[in-house]
Design a protein around this ligand. Structure first.
Ligand code: NAG
Ligand code: NAG
Ligand code: NAG
Ligand code: NAG
Length: 412
């Protein structure tokens, strides 16, 4: 299968679409037929072999209401350390520097249930919570990976109206040296079909498209992977989405440190139209002394992507974006993004927001609010998904965007 990604990455866009249609119909059949009868015996065995590598022995396990199994795995035996670059890796248990400028204001939009979310899963000392991977995770992740997950890169945003994979975006970007960023991302549960996704994320990258290094965090909805709604997700790549990288902890790379917050966490409740609003607070920063890219969720240090995974992002990055993004196969109407409402229809409670956008533009380890003009807005199909940016006088709101739209656009 690995070879397939490589081959597909080299194909021209028309061929990719054809292959995708073929592979997605396989998934859909598999979805429809319980027990994965559509997979050959060899494919099943191959998936099981992979799962055996990914899922490490559990010291203790939790079953969530959504049916996920969360395993507490010995922190030194997690799948991350199967990465050849991470032999004899020294785990970074704490950030070297706690950045200045982090605001921890409580507001209506803060997760009232965060304590509840944090309280439920707590792994014994020396172990960390990792969502147990399933065959379905691998099948979907494989296809999502193979389509490149083209988050806006440091090439110019497409203006042609449609790009090859049926990816669409609306957000803002800062294009200059950067070692970190943070934001509050308003959480929704947009309507998507089984072979579509809709996400909102903060994404940091560097490098030419073919070798792009990228780390991203946000919420995502994908009916096959997460049938029950919006989840905390991460993604990384060290080579332009070709051979390296994956969602969450499905491949060796991300080192989990928190004993409480796992990747793939179900985010609830979600915001409602003209009703209560909820957000997640996320930050990513490159550690001053180790060069690792550290992930924080609210005040919890979740873990990190080791410096060794990256080529161009070993020393800082040159692009950071905050955006909504959708994917659908090209013949389908596109899914909704954010709340499903355009920014022009209204702000808070109507369209989705990202606020308190902050960047760490140098090695002084301070998050600062970017000035209005340094954020570039991009929206590849503004008639389907749009974005507006502004900087509020209220420091709790700061630099922000409203983004999204109803989708349901067809391009063929
Ligand atoms: C958390 O634990 C409480 C008490 O055991 C339970 O009622 C609740 O459903 C759990 N929540 C989740 C999200 O699993
Ligand atoms: C983006 O577009 C501008 C204007 O067309 C061009 O000058 C610049 O080089 C482009 N940047 C990249 C990274 O392609
Ligand atoms: C970051 O590292 C540099 C070089 O090692 C050092 O000069 C600087 O003081 C460090 N900054 C902080 C905030 O620790
Ligand atoms: C999507 O667009 C089609 C064709 O314009 C329309 O018939 C349908 O009602 C729309 N669906 C939604 C959910 O708006």
């Amino acid at each position: 299968m690995q070879t397939d990604f490589v081959t597909m990455a080299g194909l021209d866009p028309k061929h990719i679409t054809v292959i995708l249609l073929a592979t997605f119909s396989v998934i859909l059949c598999a979805e429809a037929v319980p027990g994965w009868e559509k997979l050959s015996k060899e494919e099943e065995l191959d998936l099981d072999r992979q799962l055996k590598l990914i899922n490490k022995p559990a010291i203790k396990s939790f079953q969530t209401e959504d049916g996920d199994v969360i395993d507490c795995v010995d922190i030194y035996k997690q799948h991350a350390f199967d990465h050849p670059m991470l032999k004899n890796h020294k785990i970074q248990m704490k950030p070297t520097t706690i950045p200045k400028g982090i605001r921890n204001h409580e507001s209506e939009t803060t997760y009232k249930s965060l304590q509840y979310m944090l309280g439920n899963i707590s792994c014994p000392q020396g172990s960390v919570p990792i969502k147990r991977a399933t065959r379905k995770d691998l099948i979907m992740a494989r296809h999502i990976k193979s389509i490149g997950f083209n988050h806006p890169t440091n090439t110019n945003a497409s203006t042609s109206g449609i790009d090859e994979g049926g990816h669409h975006y609306a957000g803002v970007a800062y294009r200059a040296f950067v070692v970190g960023g943070r934001a509050n991302i308003n959480v929704w549960n947009p309507s998507v079909k089984v072979n579509q996704f809709s996400i909102a994320s903060m994404s940091i990258s560097k490098g030419p498209k073919q070798q792009m290094n990228n780390v991203q965090v946000g919420w995502g909805v994908n009916k096959a992977l997460y049938p029950d709604g919006s989840r905390l997700y991460t993604y990384w790549t060290g080579d332009g989405y070709q051979k390296t990288g994956c969602f969450n902890t499905l491949c060796p790379g991300f080192v989990q440190v928190s004993t409480k917050i796992h990747l793939g966490l179900n985010l609830r409740p979600v915001s409602t139209y003209k009703g209560s609003q909820f957000h997640i607070a996320v930050s990513i920063q490159q550690d001053n002394s180790t060069g690792n890219w550290l992930l924080t969720f609210f005040n919890e240090y979740v873990g990190y992507w080791p410096k060794a995974l990256f080529t161009t992002m070993a020393d800082g990055a040159d692009y950071i974006s905050w955006a909504g993004s959708t994917y659908s196969i090209i013949t389908d109407p596109t899914p909704t993004m954010g709340s499903g409402h355009f920014p022009k229809e209204g702000g808070y409670g109507i369209s989705a927001f990202v606020n308190s956008i902050q960047i760490m533009p140098n090695r002084f380890y301070k998050f600062v609010s970017p000035l209005y003009y340094v954020l570039d807005t991009f929206a590849d199909v503004p008639q389907c998904y749009d974005v507006i940016k502004n900087v509020a006088k209220d420091p709790n709101w700061g630099a922000y965007i409203f983004f999204g739209g109803p989708g349901n656009c067809t391009f063929q």
